[in-house]
Design a protein around this ligand. Sequence first.
Ligand code: ZN
Length: 470
Amino acid sequence: MSLKDFAKSLPHPLKQGLKYAYGAASSRFRYGKVFWDTYNFLQESQWWNREKLEEYQMRLLEKMLNHVYENVAYYQKVFDQSGSKPKNIQDFDDLRKLPYLTKEIIQENLSDLMARNYPKSKLRYGTTGGSTGIPLGFYHEKGVSEAKERAFIITLWHRVNFKMGDRCVVLRGNVVHSANKGKFWEYDPVNKYLILSSYHMTNEILPKYIAKIREFKPDFIQAYPSAITILARFMKKNNIEPFSSVKALLCGSENLYSWQRELLEEVFQCRVYSWYGHSEQAALAGECEKSTYYHIFPEYGMVELINKDGNPATNEDELGEIVATGFNNFICPFIRYRTMDLAAPTDAKCECGRNHPLLKRVEGRLQEFFVDRTGSLTTFTCAHKALWNVKDKINAYQYVQNEPGKVLLNIDAKSKFSISDIDSVKRTFLDFYPRFDIKIKFVEDIPRTERGKFRYLIQKLPIEFGDFQK
Ligand SMILES: [Zn+2]
């Protein structure tokens, strides 16, 4: 039974009322049937007991495994080579008999990882960070993946009293084109979003941001932790009062460090709410109203934590890699997908009453910063996008900053770059980072750190951020 059908079979006293109350809002995230079915289902399932959740997960897993065996060439091969069939996977322990899906495998086998039974018109392209600096491309189901994701995220945000239609300031790496003419924000009336540029947060311009936020009176601020921290530091240094209308900061897409949470709570005088998710949509976990533990959504995917010896990390504080099996993407299924993000489990029971597996902390994407020519910090997270158009020609890339306002981009190229490729990289970069000069250098190899990790940015300038100093 699909999640949709399952949702239908449950009583939803509020369903119709809610539907009419919120209407078919939003052009960006049309709150259509998929959204409402998922949303209504989650309002109940998030309170299920552990047994019912696991039973439900097992049903989704079964459905996914049968689907991939039938329709996805890569997984047919995986099953055939192991001499196993989906029916041999009877519990979560059996799932461990299947091999991991790594970013390298996806990069090399994307066409074999696509389900045959979906037409091209249903595909929506997505990208995420690869293991060696090359963006990883994959596919979602058009209209469906986005609607489901939205339903899960809104369910998370409800925990800090977010209501659909609430006013939000958005500081999540958006480029605002009017910023070149001195207007650093734009308004999205459908979603009631005031979108601020993440690339003009200098000491001279930040007072304008603050005045604009005060005038807008947002209920929430959606932010990259790295971007909101730049604003928080400025407000703290200049003794600026918090925004009284803001109920919580909604922080995703990057690690949220504990010192940062303290700074943000002190400056903004409200809850700092964090969640872990990724564009691959295989795992999603968020804090709740009672604690800062990340509650893994069992309805979204199955999460395993695998320690450095390849065994499940089960001890309090033991770090393990998040290995996820997603239940929502049937077009390009992720089964036992190695996310390369780390997390630590906990045996604690949360007071909120949900029976979700808990993570004590998540170490996902590091926060890093560029320093612009005025000496101000800028979030690094979007620098990857400069390479998206040329990703097929790259083995790896790495930014290096030695001087404020100047960056060097080292590219280990797989095939030759044309002049227009180079122009496209520079143009896209400068679109995000207008107060920078960029130089591109082609190199033979990009070294790893001593611990064998790949670094996207070598920041040689001192950044006084405590934990940012690694
Ligand atoms: Zn809780």
